[in-house]
Write a protein that binds this ligand. Sequence first.
Ligand SMILES: [Zn+2]
Length: 69
Amino acid sequence: MKAEVQLGIKLRCPICDRAFDDNLTGVVLPFCSTRCKQIDAKRWLNEEYGLPYESEKIQADSENDAVSF
Ligand SMILES: [Zn+2]
């Protein structure tokens, strides 16, 4: 008989959405690989430094308010 019991916890990478085992070598939790970890790090950097459209929108709104007054 073959018992189909899942040992170990299947994790899902938040970057590439790939299921992986946390006991694999090269896994950098919660990511499946160092590559995905670096991708996530770049996303954070982009969010921190790359908000041109939001700041422009805020400036535009305040300019409009100044004109209406
Ligand atoms: Zn991944």
